[in-house]
Design a protein around this ligand. Structure first.
Ligand code: PEP
Ligand code: MG
Length: 841
């Protein structure tokens, strides 16, 4: 059935065409034609036309073939809206038949003509008639007997002679390509790349530039920057007497483009055409505003431009190209900022498994901290430290990590856990340290007896075996695949500096240690939005002191022990203030249940009894006394501050003495003290009373006067609901969305991993709410809290510091709610700066 097609368009400089109707390739070809490039005659079939063809209708083939003249040779290529969505492979040499074979033999020699014909029979048989590729495997294309064999095999397999009529050939090619687009695998592939369900396919039919001939003929591709680095460099290959992209497949026969000591080059054998290509490259860059790879053919030394596509690029090249185009004023800076997806930065900030490396995946989990690292398996924190002391790279594998593992995590190159989700201890610490981390690899078990880990399929890896943790993809790999190093080049810095000009929300970092603070400062964070002070109780011999404090009988005894911790904390704070150089540093007071400082196993408890010179029964009694049914809702956060005020007093003094030290030396400092887990105004009032008194005392003692801010974390629903009262004593509200999510859902952040995938798979939750901020529920509490806080204190500073803080969705939400800043892991700061800019543009 033949219908009247409106949508077969001869591509001319003025034809009405668009990527949304005819696809990206067709539109690009029109641009090349407009730019004066020698593109062979080309027709564009719109998405609608292709849809009709898939349904069995056909265009007026005689009219279609008319622009190509008598006995044409043609190619057909896909033209999806976004070239990245792919499409069926190109088919070349349509029109080859006995007659054109004879004519062509006279022009270009029999061998070349035969090769073209055989190749067409092959691809027609395999891709159009869908015959078995094996029977069409003819190695010697240009042999006349092979041509006979190909035609006979076709006839035998297809039950009909090879079609000689070009309109039959073309209509069958069009039909098969149109149908291929509808196939399940093509659909899944393009949807994985972000194509909509109803994405259309256009096709372009182009007069074939032969690439074979008496005078210099051949084909090649050229690009003008490196796909790996984005730096200017002419890259490509040219292959004499070839078609399409053969030059890329036949590395041995292909030659370089620019003059090269290693052998002949296109620049030498065809200097004029080479010069023309270079000038077309420059034109394409400025006019198409993109780095393009150009596909070209020489036919008897005449240059034809067949196609141009955006060059493939690594993340590093992506940034470099965007910045270079903006620097050269080809695109505005805003566009350069928009062109880089924030995740691309993450690839630059961390070592990555080389995309071309072979990946032997042992197990999958949740990628909780990006980057990849290789090392030997260790099963305890102590072994990790021992490994580090020997200078050996190790991967710490734990069922889950606890604060006791921190030093081991520091010492390890990467961390792998079986339990826990995106806000588990391992995940939070891993991100903070910039240590690659995969959590929740629940298909893995540890065989303690044999000191082995057991992966799905019963694969076993012993302690000491080498594995690689890829925290970017959430996979664990056997052995040591090739890696790509992190690169923070000038283009990266430039792009982020531009992003800062466009964004309208602040970005701070969650930083606990001087190393974190240094990272935060390197990434131009505008301060520290959350310093979790807990870790400060674990380093060096502090853990011992902390444990002594827990066993102290009276408040006075506690104070005496804590006095030994105070100078250590003060020194930590001095370092943080110095590194942050006058930018705000928000220090959160102690938030951890005390039982986490005690060993949970019998051996550890015996050890501790020995250290404290106490009967082991006292230790076990204390562990019992401190144990809670539900520690996350128990004696933590401000509740410790109220019930056991000595710890907060000590911390306040350490902070203020550090402030006095820094300010006394004439250096700028902006301290902010933050109280965790509050749920009532009176909690803030009580803590504020003690803190103000300590501030006054330190100012008196040191003779240095200083200012500080006091604020609270909003982590309980009640704190959000009562924000209007709470701001009476708090000058800032920082939403801790980890706990707030936990409490809003009534969902344990440490146990949710067990059923989260079932929930997400069945659509109960769209996504893990610990990963992606739940804008509907938790978000409403944020909006309510911010609004009520502002009602009570119009200039209250509002921010978010949960793990969501660096995500695009949360940043977008916080912008619309006019939050002052977001705070996120130091390594996410660059991504947050870029996301914030993109959201503002
Ligand atoms: C939070 O709850 O969101 C938070 C930042 O605090 P933490 O993760 O330390 O509980
Ligand atoms: Mg919290």
């Amino acid at each position: 059935q033949q219908i009247d097609f409106q949508d077969v368009t001869l591509i001319t400089p003025t034809a009405a065409m668009s990527a949304a109707v005819h696809g990206g390739r067709a539109k690009c070809l029109q641009r090349l034609i407009r730019l004066g490039m020698p593109v062979p005659t080309t027709l564009a079939l719109s998405f609608d036309a292709v849809l009709q063809i898939a349904k069995g209708h056909l265009p007026d083939l005689a009219a279609m073939l008319d622009p190509f003249g008598p006995s044409p040779l043609l190619s057909v290529r896909p033209s999806s809206q976004d070239p990245d969505w792919g499409g069926p492979g190109a088919i070349l040499n349509i029109g080859m038949n006995d007659e054109s074979h004879a004519a062509l033999s006279k022009r270009v020699g029999e061998a070349a003509a035969t090769a073209l014909y055989v190749r067409f029979v092959q691809s027609y048989a395999i891709h159009v008639v869908r015959l078995d590729p094996d029977v069409f495997d003819f190695p010697n294309l240009s042999d006349a007997s092979v041509l006979r064999a190909a035609l006979e095999t076709f006839e035998a397999e297809a039950d009909e002679p090879f079609p000689q009529d070009v309109s039959v050939q073309l209509s069958e090619v069009l039909r098969s390509m149109a149908r291929a687009w509808d196939g399940t695998s093509a659909r899944l592939l393009r949807e994985a790349k972000g194509a909509p369900v109803d994405a259309g396919l256009g096709l372009v039919v182009q007069a074939l530039a032969l690439g074979v001939g008496a005078d210099e003929s051949g084909s090649g591709v050229i690009q003008f920057v490196s796909s790996a680095t984005g730096q200017p460099q002419i890259i490509g290959r040219y292959l004499s007497q070839s078609q399409g992209r053969e030059a890329l497949n036949d590395r041995a026969g292909a030659i370089y483009l620019t003059s090269d000591p290693r052998g002949p080059a296109l620049e030498d054998i065809s200097p004029d055409n080479f010069a023309a290509l270079v000038s077309y490259g420059a034109i394409a860059r400025t006019r198409l505003r993109e780095e393009m790879q150009i596909e070209f053919t020489l036919e008897d030394n005449v240059l034809h431009i067949l196609d141009a596509v955006r060059i493939q690029r690594s993340s590093r090249a992506l940034v470099q190209i965007a910045v270079a185009l903006a620097t050269d004023e080809v695109i505005p800076r805003e566009e350069a900022v928009m062109r880089v997806p924030p995740n691309a930065l993450s690839e630059m900030l961390h070592r990555q498994v080389d995309p071309s490396a072979i990946r032997d995946i042992i197990v999958r989990g949740i990628g909780a901290s990006p980057g990849a690292a290789t090392g030997r398996i260790v099963l305890t924190a102590a072994e990790a430290q021992a490994s580090a002391a020997r200078g050996e790279a190790c991967i710490l594998v734990r069922r889950e990590t606890t604060p006791e593992d921190i030093r081991g995590m520091h010492a390890a190159q990467a961390v792998l856990t079986m339990r826990g989700g995106i806000t588990s201890h391992a995940a939070v610490i891993g991100r903070g340290l910039g240590v690659p981390c995969v959590v929740g690899a629940s298909d893995l078990t540890i065989d303690r007896k044999r000191q082995e880990i057991v992966a799905p399929g019963g694969r076993r890896f012993a302690s000491g075996d080498t594995i690689t943790v890829d925290g970017t993809t959430g996979t664990v790999l056997a052995g040591a695949p090739d890696m790509l190093e992190a690169t923070l080049d000038d283009a990266f810095q430039t792009l982020l500096a531009w992003a800062d000009d466009f964004r309208d929300i602040g970005v701070r970092a969650n930083a606990d240690t001087p190393a974190d603070a240094q990272t935060a400062s390197n990434f131009a964070a505008e301060g520290i939005g959350l310093c979790r002070t807990e870790h400060m109780f674990f380093e060096g011999d502090r853990l011992g002191v902390m444990r002594e404090m827990i066993f102290a009988e009276t408040a006075d005894d506690r104070r005496v022990v804590l006095d030994r911790l105070m100078p250590m904390q003060r020194a930590d704070f001095v370092k943080l203030f110095s590194i942050m150089d006058g930018q705000p540093v928000t220090i959160r007071l102690f938030d951890m249940p005390l039982h986490e400082f005690l060993p949970y196993d019998k051996a550890g408890q015996r050890d501790l009894a020995e250290q404290l010179a106490m009967p082991v029964s006292i230790v076990t009694d204390r562990v019992q006394a401190l144990s809670e049914y539900n520690p996350m809702l128990g004696m933590r956060g401000v509740r410790q501050g109220i019930a056991v005020p000595e710890i907060y007093d000590m911390q306040a003094r350490a902070i203020f003495e550090a402030v006095a030290d820094v300010a006394g030396r004439g250096l700028p400092v902006q301290p902010e003290i933050m109280i965790p887990l509050i749920s009532a105004m009176r909690e803030v009032e009580l803590i504020k009373g003690r803190i103000d008194a300590i501030a006054a005392a330190v100012q008196r003692e040191t003779g240095v006067s200083f200012a500080f801010k006091l604020g609270v974390m909003v982590e309980t629903p009640r704190a959000a609901l009562r924000a209007q009262d709470i701001v009476k004593y708090a000058s800032f509200l920082s939403f801790g969305t980890n706990d707030l999510t936990q409490m809003t859902y009534g969902l344990s952040r440490d146990d949710a991993g067990r059923f989260m995938s079932a929930y997400v798979q069945q659509g109960v939750y769209e996504e893990d709410p610990f990963h992606t901020l739940d804008l509907d529920g938790v978000g409403e509490l944020l909006a309510i809290g911010a609004a009520r806080g502002r009602a009570g204190r119009p200039d209250v500073v509002v921010s978010i510091c949960g793990e969501h803080g660096g995500t695009r969705a949360a940043i977008g939400f916080c912008r619309t709610q006019k939050f002052n800043y977001v705070s996120c892991s130091p390594f996410r700061v660059p991504l947050a700066r870029l996301s914030a800019a993109q959201l503002a543009l």
